[in-house]
Design a protein around this ligand. Structure first.
Ligand SMILES: NC(=O)c1ccc[n+]([C@@H]2O[C@H](COP(=O)([O-])OP(=O)(O)OC[C@H]3O[C@@H](n4cnc5c(N)ncnc54)[C@H](OP(=O)(O)O)[C@@H]3O)[C@@H](O)[C@H]2O)c1
Length: 383
């Protein structure tokens, strides 16, 4: 029996993790959860379980929910998040938070010797050097939930030497068939209409700008200790081949599956074993064709920025990520147009000054620099 904490339990990954856990009551037990405010999304789970520690953002919510759910203990804020992430009885922490806010709890959980199942890629983008050093020092395991990185772990599971390159596949997101000049006036609901996956808002927008693939390239660098010139991205519209590894002898191993995040979530929890998962089998005959195309770096400038940022291994990936989070949030709130996201973030990336990144504080400062640049730009100030 594995005791599990889920940070971000009310989100897309969090709810699918609860589904996986509920399917295997003999293997997994949830001991703690966090949400920002949407307790309603997990109320069925809370009603059918007891004795959990539940973190919410606001103390007032914690007090109110303590009355509604007397069988659980509510905590709040950043301290509460750290408390849930480091619960004594927890074996594995699933980090399904969105954004850089996931970084501190990940590090706290690692220092408390918890294994990590990581969906929160922003943690590795902004502070990969610090997080991977902490993983090594504490002797814990960090398993990716991202389908691409889960695929690579699986491709490497029989042989993990003599690697020529990692090949990450990209669906291309909501606007993959539109030229840049056709993006003026696209709406929020167009942008949230991903062709293959149903995901949270931030990652869906990141997919449409392909910043998501850029974040994944940096994530892959840290997870697999692979130089950037050995990490390639190709467009694969069907999201069936989740990623591939090419070896020195030119053999290529790919991992395939239907686009359902419960598969990599469950693998992150059961690894190195596999458990049954009652989903429809992949039907390749029905899929008919699998297509692959080169990625256009001019059309998707943030993918190019992510490669450039990652390669320098200083604080620019954290700053780029902070700028992107702020710009996406502004788009989601209707403050800027879709085309402004990559225009502003690429401009911020060109304009900011950078320094070494050695500590979590360095990452926090870089994140804030990126956010401040975008906020000022939106307000029309000089940056
Ligand atoms: N969704 C996918 O299929 C998918 C696939 C691969 C990787 N990922 C990665 O997984 C992570 C989560 O993505 P998602 O799509 O599941 O996101 P999501 O649906 O937006 O869920 C985010 C979760 O984090 C909580 N949260 C948000 N801001 C918070 C804050 N400031 N403090 C504390 N909690 C906060 C939310 O709580 P409330 O609901 O209460 O606001 C929610 O539980 C992201 O890093 C994403 O890139 C997602």
């Amino acid at each position: 029996m594995k005791n599990i904490v889920i940070l971000g339990a009310s989100g897309s990954i969090g709810l699918q993790t609860l589904d996986v856990i509920t399917r295997h009551p003999d293997k997994f037990r949830c001991v703690g959860l966090s949400v920002k405010s949407r307790v309603d999304a997990i109320s069925d789970f809370l009603n059918s379980n007891s004795g959990l520690v539940v973190c919410v953002e606001k103390s007032s919510d914690a007090k109110n929910y303590s009355i509604a759910f007397t069988q659980h203990r509510f905590v709040w804020g950043e301290d509460g998040l750290i408390e849930v992430a480091t619960l004594k009885e927890a074996d594995t922490v699933v980090n399904a938070l969105v954004g850089f806010v996931g970084c501190k709890p990940t590090l706290a959980a690692i220092e408390a010797k918890k294994d990590i199942a990581l969906a929160n890629k922003e943690t590795l983008v902004a502070a990969g050097k610090i997080v991977m050093a902490a993983v090594k020092r504490n002797g814990v395991s960090l398993m990716p939930i991202d389908s691409e990185h889960s695929a690579i772990v699986q491709c490497l599971s029989t042989h993990n030497k003599s690697i020529k390159r990692l090949i990450l596949t990209a669906s291309g997101g909501s606007f993959r068939d539109k030229k840049r000049s056709e993006l003026n006036g696209v709406t929020l609901s167009d942008a949230l209409n991903h062709p293959n996956w149903s995901m949270g808002a931030k990652i869906t927008i990141d997919s449409a700008t392909m910043m998501n693939k850029g974040l994944e390239v940096i994530e892959a660098r840290w997870l697999f200790d692979m130089p950037f010139d050995q990490i390639d991205v190709i467009m694969h519209r069907q999201s069936i081949v989740h990623s591939m590894v090419e070896f020195e002898d030119r053999a290529v191993i790919a991992q395939l599956g239907t686009p359902d995040m419960r598969i990599p979530i469950q693998y992150a929890l059961s690894h190195p074993n596999r458990l049954a998962l009652d989903l429809p089998s992949l039907d390749l005959v029905k899929a008919q064709s699998l297509t692959f195309e080169p990625v256009d770096f001019e059309r998707f400038p943030l993918l190019k920025c992510a490669y450039l940022a990652g390669k320098r291994e200083d604080n620019r990936a954290a700053a780029l990520n902070g700028a992107n989070e702020e710009a996406v949030s502004a788009f989601l709130r209707g403050k800027i147009a879709f085309v402004d996201i990559d225009t502003f973030v690429a401009e911020a990336f060109e304009s900011m000054s950078y320094s070494e990144l050695n500590t979590l504080e360095d990452a926090i400062a870089a994140d804030q620099m990126g956010r401040a640049w975008i906020k000022k730009k939106i307000l029309g100030g000089n940056v």
